[in-house]
Design a protein around this ligand. Structure first.
Ligand code: F6R
Length: 617
């Protein structure tokens, strides 16, 4: 989704802004723009539709001077993808420049008022109202009858705005200054010897500063060379961000690199957390609420997209091993529901980025209602990790490809750890805790074994999307039961978003209730059928598909020879505990989506129409 970077210091701003924008590319965008003030009162304003990498050579010959500047990548929400709609947006006199992430919900009403007052708009965006509002308040005097400073005008403008924002503002009247403000959309300020790099994502700051200040909701920061003025003064914190993780290395795509890092994601999630001899798990982020866990009567797991499938798998884990009634919901639905809550309800929010707008809104609603909130997050220092009462970091490292892969594996691993942590504080026997802990300790090796099959999976992927009269298949079912029903949905989502093929994930038992009507030779089914408590039931579902001439690609447990008689193709995963099979089963599905998408020539790291971190509703 949209990305912001700004610079105030002694160095030339352009190269820093360009590097920052390129590092923000992974979030997905359709247009971009810069505004930089030079020392002679001039401005470099450049907005373009398309990819920065394509225009980079055009910048080479330009003399872009200036030590104060801001830049933006736009992912269209209000207004089409055009140069005019790209940020920065400006006022009537082209003196005030705004870059903005988020949505101004009442922009229509504000825009009409401003037009009636004589303002002239040059874009269709909601953001542009901010530039004109600031213009209006800059022209008016403050209560003391003095000329308003830029930050005062920004404050007045934001009082009228309904919605969310992370924004930067520059004005020709105060050319050494950037004013930054946020509400429900992240902004961080990197601090480095009197220079400041302000951005919506630490990835853009990492090459330039290692200490940061997180801007708070409703806070306005004023940044000038050598000075950062915050409403609540505080010292910068050390940024926990591994810059080199954002490099592709020898891999062709980030998505492949991140799938190959899935064993490491499990390893990192369990590191230092397993206590085998006691059958226990150590999760420091839950210590503060440890005493409350045995009283929890029901859990609500809330998330979006892939994280929602992790939540749905977690539900089975918590019910079966921690003995807690658990329900799940999509954050975008949950936030508008009236759930039945008690003082013994706890809500778990799962998010890779920790910045997903719907998940954060659901979290804030639960906090308002006094519910115990627990986060499962990847991004350190994200809004979710700072706002939940307690939490567990999945420690998967930065995930750059838009499609979530290693973070899903990290989320499942963290949920398995949490179900032991919760279970052992309740009725779970030490031997059961030990079984899970010991199996978790070997899981990275088992995951590595799955990856060894990648060339076999690649062949299957190519066969399914390229073979068959040269056309390949365009529709896929993914079926699974119990722990692997959410994994079926994850497999289908990943294939859909990366390859643009149609795929649906469904519970095996649901096929005969309508969906079987679609099955024929051209509509293959990926059946996730490890040797677990529902294996026989899955075999019945596979037979139902075969009886209708449907093709089967099975994900089965090593040693299962019978499945070869039922399936056209089989991908084997090692044996593990039933509750951990989703972690191993998801790996070949991620590879399948990757190889199918690349066989079709798709932009796997940045699928069309999508964004990495969904910071708008
Ligand atoms: C799919 C995918 C998305 C995210 C969803 C939630 O591959 O990446 O469905 O899982 O947008 O994002 P986070 O986990 O950042 O809240």
């Amino acid at each position: 989704m949209c990305g912001i970077i700004g610079y105030v210091g002694k160095k030339q701003a352009f190269p820093i802004l360009l590097t920052g924008l390129k590092r923000l590319e992974y979030r997905g965008y359709d247009s971009y723009g810069f505004s930089i003030f030079d020392e002679k009162g001039g401005i470099f304003l450049n907005k373009k539709v398309g990819k920065i990498s394509e225009a980079e050579k055009d910048f080479l010959g330009m003399d872009i001077q200036g030590t104060v500047g801001q830049a933006h990548t736009r992912w269209a929400t209000t207004g089409k993808v055009t140069e005019a709609n790209a940020h920065p947006h400006f006022d009537c006199a082209k003196e005030i420049f705004v870059v903005h992430n988020g949505i101004i919900e009442n922009y229509g009403e504000l825009k009409n008022k401003l037009i009636n007052e004589g303002h002239q708009f040059s874009s269709e965006t909601d953001t542009e109202v901010l530039a004109h509002l600031i213009e209006k308040f800059l022209k008016e005097k403050n209560k003391k009858g003095e000329k308003r400073k830029l930050e005062e005008a920004v404050k007045e403008a934001l009082k009228l705005v309904k919605g969310t924002y992370g924004l930067l503002v520059m004005s020709k009247s105060e050319p050494e200054k950037i004013v930054a403000a946020r509400l429900s959309s992240p902004l961080l300020i990197g601090v480095n010897n009197g220079e400041y790099i302000v951005a919506s994502d630490p990835i853009a700051i990492a090459p330039f500063a290692s200490n940061i200040v997180y801007l708070n909701d409703y806070e306005i920061a004023v940044i000038t060379p050598g000075n950062l003025s915050l409403e609540k003064e505080r010292a910068p914190e050390k940024m926990e961000y591994e810059s080199e993780e954002a490099e592709k290395g020898s891999y062709e795509h980030f998505m492949l690199k991140e799938i190959m890092e899935e064993p490491a994601a499990i390893e990192s999630a369990i590191k230092g957390r397993l206590i085998s001899q006691d059958g226990e798990v150590k999760l420091g982020g839950l210590d503060s609420i440890a005493g409350r866990i045995k009283d929890i009567q029901n859990l609500i797991l809330v998330a979006c997209g892939t994280a929602n499938y992790a939540a749905r798998t977690g539900k089975y884990m918590f019910e079966e091993y921690a003995g807690i009634s658990a329900e799940t919901d999509l954050a975008s639905e949950f936030r508008y529901r009236k759930p039945i809550l008690s003082k013994n309800t706890a809500a778990i929010f799962i998010s890779q980025s920790g910045e997903t707008a719907d998940t954060l809104a659901a979290l804030r609603e639960m906090k308002r209602k006094g519910v115990l909130t627990i986060g499962v997050t990847n991004a350190i220092g994200s809004s979710q990790s700072r706002e939940t009462d307690a939490g567990v970091y999945i420690r998967s490292g930065s995930e750059i490809a838009v499609a979530s892969t290693k973070a899903f594996i990290g989320q499942l691993t963290a949920l398995a750890l949490m179900s032991v942590y919760f279970g052992r504080k309740r009725e779970m026997a030490m031997v059961m805790g030990k079984r899970i802990v010991d199996e978790l300790s070997v899981l990275p090796d088992l995951a590595q074994k799955v990856l060894k099959n990648s060339s076999h999976i690649e062949q299957i992927a190519k066969k399914y999307v390229l073979a068959g009269e040269g056309k390949g298949f365009r529709n896929f079912w993914f079926i699974g039961r119990k722990y692997n029903y959410p994994v079926a949905m994850e497999g289908a989502l990943k294939l859909k978003e990366c390859s643009y093929l149609h795929a649906e994930g469904i519970a095996g038992g649901e096929l005969k209730h309508g969906s079987l009507a679609l099955i024929d030779e051209q509509f293959p089914t990926v059946a996730i059928c490890p040797s677990d408590s529902v294996y026989e039931k899955m075999v019945s579902n596979i037979e139902e598909v075969r009886a209708r001439k449907g093709r089967i690609l099975a994900i089965a447990t090593e040693g299962n020879e019978e499945i070869k008689k039922l399936a056209e193709d089989v991908i084997y995963i090692p044996k593990t505990l039933e509750m951990l099979t989703p972690i191993l089963a998801a790996i070949p599905l991620h590879l399948l989506a990757y190889y199918m998408a690349t066989a079709l020539g798709r932009d796997v790291d940045r699928p069309r129409n999508l964004a990495k971190s969904v910071t708008v509703e």
